[in-house]
Design a protein around this ligand. Structure first.
Ligand code: FES
Length: 161
């Protein structure tokens, strides 16, 4: 029953309290609005690192000789050359490497390599170390890490999703 006009729900076409399925229109719209706002806030919070984890362009093959920064253990370089999503490679040992996304986990900006060893987001200042951990600035989750396989000569293949 419409509580204002004492009419059956389907008969009270001019009333904003007309009910459908036991929930009045105002309550339904309020709940739907709150759900939409909650979804946007969740997406923008950076929590869980799930906001920008879509496909990155597939496997990426890197020629080490093209990136002098990777000649030294601890060196970091952006290596995608526009091939797929922004991607970094870190030399973690004489024959070991780590791939990292360069898409900020806060709101998706492309981060910059800083000092050849770490990262900074130009948007809100999130800082990340070469392991991908958020070390300062804007608090957010860690960067996605990709397996990087060295051929023992000059090529590293980064297993991006
Ligand atoms: S997008 Fe906000 S800190 Fe990177």
């Amino acid at each position: 029953m419409c509580e204002i006009h004492s009419a059956p729900p389907a008969a009270c076409a001019n009333c904003s309290t007309a009910r459908a399925g036991g929930v009045d229109r105002r309550t339904f719209l309020s709940a739907a609005t709150l759900a939409a706002v909650a979804a946007v806030l969740e997406a923008c919070s950076g929590g869980g690192g799930s906001f920008f984890t879509g496909p990155s362009g597939g496997a990426l093959t890197v020629s080490l000789s093209s990136f002098p920064a990777l000649a030294t253990v601890g060196g970091v370089a952006r290596v995608d050359n526009g091939n797929g999503a922004p991607t970094a490679l870190v030399r973690t040992g004489s024959s070991t490497f780590r791939g990292l996304t360069m898409v900020c986990t806060h709101q998706g900006s492309t981060i910059d390599v800083v000092g050849g060893t770490s990262f900074r987001c130009p948007n809100h200042g999130a800082l990340f170390n070469s392991a991908g951990a958020n070390t300062g600035g804007q608090q957010t989750s860690s960067l996605a890490v990709y397996t990087a396989t060295f051929d023992g000569v000059n090529t590293v293949t980064i297993a991006r999703p």
